[in-house]
Each structure stands twice: as structure tokens, then as C-alpha cells.
Ligand binder design. Structure first.
Ligand SMILES: [Zn+2]
Length: 315
């Protein structure tokens, strides 16, 4: 079964932005996530992009072509020999004047440097910011199944890029966190609402719906748990009350005071001894009494037992 994260990526990979500014931003983040820049002769640049997701690789290729129509790309698929291991897809743009042109258009090459800071100028408009985040998620994102605990993350080996993603999400008022892990720098969201907002901004409508369905199920389950807990608490109270009543009666028996109890109290005590597990209302019904009436009698029995207890402590 494909992971939920790859389902979301497949959904996103099939969406295409209409505006060129957004396609450029999406591609820039995808490449920041998954590409390494290579250097050729005469100050030419190329790049190699690797993904384990076929839809993401196709998407990247499509964006590269839309960014630069004549771009020459090579694609290789390396099938893993190990079972369960995913194949990886490699897109390569050889170092060439065209590769250099592409990287310049994306803002990657800025006066000869590859600084991530150069991405800020393409992130001025909110449409481009969303597209950039979609690219980052496609390139290095993951999200837990909505039934599991809430967690969405984007992992990159590039510290400056993780800071940029963090700052971007922070400016957009997302409750975002960033941490370092063995596999890289992790920019993450932990709140259900934030994850749904994020996926909504990326236009992952199916994923958002999956979250909404799961959230309803979670809420119903929590409600059922509350009711069950409440019933358990009531049951416990009843058991505790019956336990106290039985302790009172056994004390009176042990002290030889049981036989001599007034008739009504004797009847009550005998009823409790006969039905030790009955709730107060069940016992009241058996004895043809009202609940408050029965409670009143137990209070009297309790008072007698307490007298005995006090006598004993004084002795
Ligand atoms: Zn835009």
C-alpha cells in the first residue's frame, strides 16, 4: 500500500499552476530539495535531480521543459535490486549554456553564487509562496496518515534552505518548528489545523478531505470515550458505595448488633447482603423503596457502624 505521503504527492504532482511565476517558484523549491548543481567547462552549469517518486520526477521534468523549452534532459531509472526498495529517478541537465540560463532564470545563479537567499525575490507574491511550498513538499515532504498523530514535515540537507522554509511558514503565521535530525534539517507542523491549512494552500483537496473525515471519526471516538469514562466512573461510584454499605453491615454483624436492628434497617441490610453488586436504584426497586428512602436507611446503618468504630477506637 502506498504511504499517505506518496498519495498526497501523487495528487499534487498532477496539478499544474497556470501562472508562469508559480511554475517557476514550484520548480525552484523542487530543485532546492532534490537537485545538485554540477559545474562544466567555461563556467557552465548543469544539475542532477533525484526522486524516488515517479510522479514527482515527471512533474519536475514537465516544469523544466515549461521553464526552458529547448532544454536537453537525460532520464535514468535505477531499479533497486532489494525487494520493497523504491526505484529512483534521475533527471540530468548536463552543464551547458542552456543549463546556465535555466539556473539564472530560477535565480539560483546570482553573480556566480548559489545562495538560497536568492529565492526571496521570487517569493514576493502569495501565489508564488504557495507554489514554492508545494515544490518543497513534493521534493522532500512527508505527512502522517490523518488517522495517526498529526505530523507534516519537509526534510532537506541544506541548512539555509530549511531556514528559508521556516521563515516563510512563520511569516504566513503557521505554527512551524525546525529541528536537526540524522537525515537532515526538518521543518515541521504538528497541529491538525495547521496541516489542513497547509495542504489546502497547496490545493491538495483529496488530502484535506481525508483529514476532515478522519477528524470526524476522531471526534466521535473521543465523545464515545468520554461517555464510556463517565459510565465507568458512575459504576465505580456505585461499587464503592455498595462496598461501604457492606463493610458497615459486616461490622454490625461482627459486633452482634445485626439481629437486633430495627426491622426496616434489618430488611435493608439483608437486601444488600443478598444483592452485593446491585446499584442503589436496582436495590431500591427490589425492596420496593424510593432511592432517597433507601439512601436514608443506609445513612442510618452507617451512623450505627460509625458509633461502633468510635467506641472501638476509644477502648
Ligand atoms: Zn505567483
Amino acid at each position: 500500500m502506498p504511504s499517505f505521503a506518496s498519495e498526497v504527492k501523487n495528487e499534487l504532482a498532477h496539478l499544474t499552476y497556470e501562472q508562469p511565476c508559480d511554475r517557476r517558484a514550484e520548480l525552484a523549491a523542487l530543485l532546492r530539495m532534490g537537485a545538485t548543481v554540477s559545474f562544466g567547462r567555461q563556467h557552465t552549469f548543469g544539475l542532477t535531480f533525484i526522486s524516488k517518486n515517479a510522479a514527482v520526477a515527471r512533474k519536475t521534468l514537465q516544469l523544466l521543459k515549461s521553464q526552458h523549452a529547448g532544454l536537453h534532459t537525460e532520464i535514468t531509472v535505477s531499479r533497486s535490486r532489494q525487494l520493497n526498495k523504491l526505484s529512483s529517478y534521475q533527471l540530468r541537465v548536463a552543464p551547458s549554456p542552456m543549463g546556465t540560463e535555466l539556473l539564472t532564470q530560477l535565480g539560483f545563479l546570482h553573480e556566480g553564487s548559489l545562495n538560497v537567499e536568492s529565492d526571496w525575490p521570487i517569493l514576493r507574491k502569495s501565489c508564488c509562496q504557495a507554489a514554492y511550498l508545494r515544490g518543497a513538499f513534493l521534493g522532500g515532504g512527508s505527512v502522517n496518515r490523518p488517522e495517526a498523530s498529526y505530523h507534516l514535515e519537509m526534510v532537506t540537507g541544506n541548512y539555509a534552505f530549511s531556514q528559508l522554509l521556516y521563515q516563510l511558514l512563520h511569516r504566513m503565521q503557521f505554527p512551524v518548528g525546525v529541528t536537526e535530525r540524522k537525515d537532515g534539517y526538518v521543518v515541521y507542523l504538528k497541529e491538525g489545523d495547521a496541516i489542513v491549512d497547509f495542504l489546502g494552500m497547496l490545493e491538495a483537496d483529496k488530502a484535506v478531505e481525508a483529514f476532515e473525515v478522519a477528524r470526524n471519526v476522531k471526534e466521535v471516538r473521543a465523545q464515545v470515550n468520554r461517555i464510556v469514562n463517565c459510565e465507568t466512573a458512575n459504576l465505580q461510584k456505585a461499587v464503592d458505595a455498595a462496598g461501604r454499605q457492606l463493610a458497615d453491615i459486616r461490622l454490625l454483624q461482627a459486633a452482634g448488633r445485626y439481629a437486633g436492628l430495627p426491622e426496616l434497617l434489618h430488611e435493608t441490610a439483608a437486601g444488600r447482603l443478598e444483592h452485593p453488586e446491585a446499584s442503589l436504584s436496582e436495590l431500591a426497586a427490589t425492596l420496593h423503596l424510593s432511592k432517597p428512602g433507601l439512601n436514608h436507611r443506609f445513612r442510618k446503618l452507617h451512623a450505627l457502624a460509625e458509633e461502633l468504630r468510635q467506641e472501638r477506637t476509644q477502648e
